[in-house]
Design a binder for this molecule. Sequence first.
Ligand SMILES: C[S@@+](CC[C@H](N)C(=O)[O-])C[C@H]1O[C@@H](n2cnc3c(N)ncnc32)[C@H](O)[C@@H]1O
Length: 206
Amino acid sequence: MRVRHHTNPFQCLQKYGPIDWEQVFGEPTTSLDLEIGVGRGVFIRNYAKRYPDRKIVGIEVRKILAETLDTLIQSPEYQNIRMYYGNGVTFLQDSIQMPILDRVFVFHPDPWPKASHHKRRVIQPAFLESVSEKMNPGGRLYFSTDNAGLWNDTDEILRNSKYFEAVVGDPFWEEDYTSHWHQFSVRDGRNVRFSAWQKINLTEDK
Ligand SMILES: C[S@@+](CC[C@H](N)C(=O)[O-])C[C@H]1O[C@@H](n2cnc3c(N)ncnc32)[C@H](O)[C@@H]1O
């Protein structure tokens, strides 16, 4: 049985200013992939090994998980990952210079089922505006969950967003997707839903 340890992201005091990604990666950097809520890092480590030329940033609000993963990735096979501890929503606003993101991953985010806690969820209208501003043209956002309530609410937010449009048939889900929580969902026979969303060109009206 899975136990969810929800950490209120607004109680996380860790803050970063703007980050110079060229300095972080030690070379010219015009493209980054970002995973928010990496958990134990099953996805990010697989993805990093599969795409050694992509630069991947992970952020996690539970300090113990962020630190454990940071230790695990200190090996040449993960030379393209950089790990941060903090709230991914504020990290995106404060530390990602625009536009640099090609892919943003949010897999099995905490559902925060009570209506009064929905503001703690990662994907919200203001988040989508922020992601879109910091994405390169053609950038994509990937979302998965096995929580029906979270799926319905998030799908509605995404469909109503003027910043993103749904992508049909993205091969990512077949070829690249894996996650620790996804493995639990499959084992427990839960229905996992996935969607991919592409940034809309800002000159277009919706
Ligand atoms: C249910 S787990 C899923 C972990 C992983 N994505 C997976 O699919 O296995 C959700 C993770 O997101 C983290 N998280 C929740 N809100 C966050 C936020 N605002 N910023 C960064 N991490 C967050 C939680 O601490 C937790 O580790």
